[in-house]
Design a protein around this ligand. Structure first.
Ligand code: ADP
Length: 444
């Protein structure tokens, strides 16, 4: 029996039932990234802009002052510790705040400042004196809606009288009650219900419509249709904004259906390379042997912080138990944990409270922990049919050329897996040196 899972990059993996691991949950990953992210993700690429009207001048801003925000909003922005607009914000904010309002489709990886940008737009367009919903933001899950709402509350701290309402399951409102809050954030199903069935929200009065995490949204059954039904009932002068971390064709097709006459902004993702990584392998007989090899290098790997990857959840658990029994301090990041528990483990690791993290691939995918300098592949990433999973190998140990630190990677290889490793070496045209686990002088 096998299960099909979709990777974060859209590729499909078939995994044996036995190995069934944490199926990539896009929404959970996205939330995880938000919970652990404290600063902007850098990018060396230029922002690409496609204007709806190519002849109109293109503005970009280097400071928040240039945006002529309401004073209380500017204060909120600075109180969050933002000094200047992020790369994507430099281009997106002038468009989003322009008069007349312009529609926008923006794509950049998570952590580049999209959420902060549209929250700024919503807060700047809201009229605190009018007591009805004026801005509507759709998010893919309850938790992501709450997370966005928290940022609205933070940034709008000095905008007294501006309030947020959550249109999410479980948030019951009595029939006949008017919603007096100006900003509504919710999931498509509940928003649809509140607009059409319960008539709690008058869509004709919405000025700013935001569709966040479009890639995650279209991944959820029914959400595209719900979103489109909501969008169709908005007034023509309503500003429509769509954000996505990735841009496969499916997202693009959806974006074009839902955002009329858009400007488009894109910031390409930083590519991963193996250039700054010294790669080694240790030949082993079996699992116990691999474990011994790992213990032999343990001293050198705990100089920095390390992530150890296993192919299956079961293997990861086994390894964790063994290491703890032998007195090593490690923690296990597993898909059985809730998103909050996972975030707290990653947070402890980032704070340096834990030195070694054991995890499965799926669990750690898409989460960047900058200070990791050592990666151990306790199991090589493989696809079904015993082909190496090149992409996963790159994701595990690759670094972004300009911003990444130098690193070390160790592969624990059973003899029969050696051909796979050689394939990986050839594929990336990089050298993976054999290491004698007893002789650690090699790695300095
Ligand atoms: P995205 O929506 O693209 O994932 P966010 O808007 O959530 O990105 O921003 C990522 C992180 O960077 C958040 O912690 C946010 O507070 C912070 N941030 C956003 N804009 C700025 C800025 N201009 N200056 C400093 N930090 C920022």
């Amino acid at each position: 029996k096998s299960t099909t899972i979709q990777n974060i990059d859209g590729s499909i993996n078939n995994i044996e039932e036995d190995d069934e691991d944490d199926v990539v949950d896009l929404a959970a990953n996205s939330l995880l990234n938000k919970l652990i992210r404290q600063s902007l993700v850098e990018s060396s690429h230029h922002v690409e802009v496609l204007q709806k009207d190519p002849s109109s001048p293109l503005y970009s801003v280097k400071t928040f002052e240039e945006l002529r925000l309401k004073e209380e909003l500017l204060k909120g922005v600075y109180a969050m510790g933002f000094n200047r607009p992020s790369k994507i914000q430099e281009m997106a904010l002038p468009m989003m705040l322009a008069h007349p309002p312009q529609n926008l489709i923006a794509q950049s990886q998570s952590g580049t400042g999209k959420t902060a940008a549209f929250i700024l737009a919503m807060l700047s367009r809201v009229n605190a004196l009018e007591l009805f919903p004026q801005c509507l933001c759709l998010a893919p899950t309850y938790e992501l809606a709450l997370q966005t709402g928290r940022v609205v509350e933070q940034m709008g701290k000095f905008c007294v009288d501006v309030q947020v309402m959550y249109a999410i399951r479980g948030n019951r409102i009595l029939r006949g009650t008017d919603i007096t809050k100006q900003i509504v954030i919710g999931t498509p199903g509940t928003v649809l219900d509140w607009c059409f069935k319960r008539k709690l929200i008058d869509l004709t009065k919405i000025r700013v419509f935001v569709l966040d995490e479009a890639d995650v949204m279209i991944d959820t059954q029914g959400f595209s249709d719900h979103s489109i039904r909501i969008q169709r009932a908005l007034p023509p002068e309503c500003q429509m904004l769509l954000f996505s971390a990735t841009f496969e064709d499916s997202v693009w097709r959806f974006a074009e259906r839902i955002i009329p006459d858009p400007n488009v902004i894109k910031l390409r993702k930083e590519e991963l390379t193996l250039n700054n990584i010294r790669q080694y392998y240790v030949l082993c007989e079996h699992r116990k042997d691999k474990y011994q090899a790992l213990c032999n290098i343990y001293g050198s790997i705990t100089i920095g912080q390390a992530i150890i990857f296993c192919q299956t959840r079961r293997n990861a658990k086994w390894l964790t138990v063994e290491m703890i029994q032998d007195g090593h301090q490690v923690s296990l990041l597993s898909g059985e944990l809730t998103v909050e528990q996972r975030a707290s483990i990653i947070q402890r690791f980032r704070d340096g409270k834990e030195k070694v993290l054991i995890t499965t691939n799926v669990c750690a995918r898409g989460i960047d922990v900058k200070q990791v300098t050592i990666v151990v592949n306790f199991d090589l990433p493989v696809k079904q049919g015993e082909e190496p999973d090149y992409e996963t190998y790159l994701h595990r140990i690759g670094r972004t050329g300009r911003f990444g630190k130098k690193g070390l990677a160790f592969n624990m290889i059973e003899v029969d897996k050696l051909p796979l490793l050689m394939k990986i070496q050839d594929h990336f045209n990089s050298s993976i040196k054999q290491l004698n686990a007893e002789d650690m002088d090699e790695i300095e």
